[in-house]
Design a protein around this ligand. Structure first.
Ligand code: HEC
Length: 141
């Protein structure tokens, strides 16, 4: 391969991550999934989570970590909560895309995690729940 070809290939590869970040739901700012959801329905769906999770406004964690500031938060990072080894060692930021995959099938998404929840199979349920979490995990203005 000629040097110029190598340089062009390296340049193209360097561009790919930037392009996919601006275009995909795997960016904490992207609302590509929650924008298709219904907050009111999501609030009702959260009844399945609230035995284990508190939201913004309640500083404490329950059996699961508090979900305050969830979008854009590092996985396994809520102060003072004792996570499983799997979640402690995981290394990514929660985006709508990641949350969608996690909530669909927690055990498949992250083997070894300790969240005792089978998953929300219906895609629309996950959209609705994410729409609710978008408002319930940030302080009201
Ligand atoms: C039976 C209790 C239980 C239920 C029900 C439950 N969770 Fe969890 N959740 C946990 C536990 C425990 C963890 C920590 C997992 C670990 O450390 O492996 C967790 C972790 C999480 C995390 C990762 C947070 C972080 O700090 O990285 C998210 C997001 C989450 N749960 C959302 C939900 C949502 C949304 C629901 C409802 C659809 C739900 N959970 C239902 C117990 C539960």
């Amino acid at each position: 391969m000629k040097i110029s070809t190598v340089a062009a290939a390296a340049f193209a590869l360097a561009l790919i991550p930037t392009m996919s970040i601006s275009a995909s739901a795997d960016d904490a700012a992207s609302t590509a999934i929650s924008s298709q959801g219904d907050q009111e329905k999501g609030k009702r769906l959260f009844n399945r989570c609230k035995a284990c999770h508190n939201l913004t406004g309640t500083g404490r964690s329950r059996m699961g970590p508090n979900l305050d500031g969830l979008f854009g938060r590092n996985v396994g990072s809520y102060e003072g909560y004792k996570y499983s080894q799997a979640m402690t060692e995981a290394d990514f930021v929660w985006t709508e895309e990641k949350l969608d995959a996690w909530l669909a099938a927690p055990r498949t998404f992250m083997p070894g995690n300790k969240m005792a929840f089978a998953g929300l199979r219906k895609e629309q349920d996950r959209k609705d729940l994410l729409a609710y979490l978008r408002t319930a995990t940030v302080a009201a203005e």
